[in-house]
Design a protein around this ligand. Structure first.
Ligand code: 8YV
Length: 328
């Protein structure tokens, strides 16, 4: 009888996906979906060869302290700011993520959140539910901001940013972007976007969408100073990561109507939401669901599993982040 390798599935996944893994592996699962504390995660990683994790599990030196058999931590997420990649590399642990499979789903959501924010969709619904709708009115019903033929500013022009830009073109939007690296001429042309510096983007955009990865460099990329550059009629959408926006500064700006509205799918310290944001009507809130369709979540799990299986079979995982480990 061959001994199955032991793996950890750190969060609940679809039961059929778990059952499939159980055919090949000795699986330590967490279908209760309770987020592990750092100590629990360290204990769970002890003795396993591979782990499927999400953005809620921080894989750092502490988590890896007793993970002597660990070959791979496969993130079910494209963002991997939960990984301390240098610590993983020096521990010989492969790091992988799930690019591409969620691009369109996430771009759809970014666009939907921008539309909901500009057109006051959730505020309108609350208004009806709270019994305020007693007549149709030209001036007294919630009036929003147009999207079509306005300027869309995208900060972070990776795959998802480019997907949002292409959607903007369909709405006749003038698309500008800022990114660490300027796109190639061909890519700029494909999404009809013009490169500008961050200040110009903030000053000129009617709708600003953040799709930049989280790092020390992007921490509080948007704070009071940046919001002050924006038009009072502008909207701000964050589908990237909590911490990229200074949520306290944003709440203050929204309260003072320094910008028109914000749409947030991610929050500093989520699942906690800044209490001041919860009090405001000019903000649309979503619980980090940009990639949340069943089809896409299944595709993310499948890619993470492909990464894990490859690593445990001694093959190069398709979306290996610390490629230097492979060369070794
Ligand atoms: C994940 C995400 O659902 O992929 C990402 O970067 O933000 C989401 O798609 C989330 O990170 C859970 O891991």
């Amino acid at each position: 009888m061959t001994i199955k390798p032991r793996i950890l599935v750190a969060r609940a996944i679809f039961p059929d996906a778990l059952a499939k893994l159980e055919e090949s592996f000795e699986v330590q699962s967490n279908q209760a979906d309770q987020v592990f504390t750092a100590d629990e995660l360290r204990q769970h990683l002890e003795g396993v060869s591979g782990a499927l994790v999400t953005g809620s599990e921080r894989i750092d030196q502490n988590a890896l302290a007793n993970a002597k058999n660990l070959t791979i931590a496969a993130n079910i997420s494209v963002g991997y700011n939960n990984f301390d990649v240098p610590a993983m590399t020096s521990a010989g642990v492969m790091a992988t993520n799930t690019p591409d499979v969620l691009t369109d789903t996430t771009a759809d959501f970014g666009f939907a959140l921008m539309m909901a924010t500009a057109r006051r969709m959730t505020e309108s619904e609350h208004w009806i539910r709270n019994g305020h709708w007693d007549k149709w009115s030209i001036v007294h019903n919630p009036l929003g901001m147009d999207l079509h033929h306005t300027t869309l500013g995208i900060i972070g022009m990776g795959r998802i940013g480019q997907g949002i830009a292409k959607r903007g073109l369909g709405f006749g939007m003038n698309v500008i972007y800022h990114n660490r690296k300027r796109l190639s001429d061909a890519d700029e042309k494909a999404c009809g976007a013009n490169y500008v510096d961050k200040e110009t983007l903030l000053r000129e955009s009617d709708h600003v969408v953040l799709v930049v990865p989280y790092s020390a460099e992007s921490h509080h990329l948007i704070g009071a100073k940046e919001i002050a550059l924006m038009k009072p009629t502008a909207t701000l959408v964050n589908i990237a990561r909590g911490g990229i926006v200074d949520d306290a500064a944003l709440a203050e700006a929204l309260k003072a109507k320094r910008i028109f509205a914000a749409g947030l799918d991610v929050f500093e310290g989520e699942p906690k939401v800044h209490p001041e944001l919860l009090k405001l009507s000019n903000v649309v809130l979503a619980p980090h669901i940009a990639s949340a369709t069943e089809k896409t979540r299944r595709a993310m799990i499948n890619l993470a599993v492909r990464n894990l299986r490859a690593a445990l079979a001694g093959e190069r995982p398709p979306s290996l982040i610390n490629a230097e480990l492979w060369k070794k």
